[in-house]
Design a protein around this ligand. Sequence first.
Ligand code: FES
Length: 161
Amino acid sequence: MPKTPHMSRREFVAVVAAATGTVMGATIGLPAIGYLIAPALTKASADAWIPAGPVDNFPAGVPTLFNFNRTKVNGWETTVNSYGVYIIRNEDGSIVALSNKCTHLSCRVNWAPDAEAYICPCHDAYFNIDGQIIKGPQPRPLDPYETKVEENILYIHFVES
Ligand code: FES
């Protein structure tokens, strides 16, 4: 007569306890792991159209500074960065938007009406109203932003760098 497998009561209880522990661990542990790693899987939006307000808010021929903030989520780290854009509405209706970040070492340039130039306070870089280099150590003109107008609202195309 063949021998039948036999499990003692003690072995049966141990197997059931192990199985119950495994199920309970998975039930509690998997959502917790998902919660903890979810921020790392989140991708921040790379670009956006930023509303700058009615076009009429920007006087023709005068560089006007517009500031906005962008929140960047990188894993568990959230950073709020501020950006400045000089907006120039030309007489012909065209609009130019220039970053106020100096292309040398990223200080903020300021429009100086008397000099008719954007001047960087850090190392004395000068840019003309179109953002082109007048003098200084900067390697390139001010960075332009793409713009669009919809229903009289000006939008700046922000691209995360
Ligand atoms: S950062 Fe502007 S000139 Fe150096």
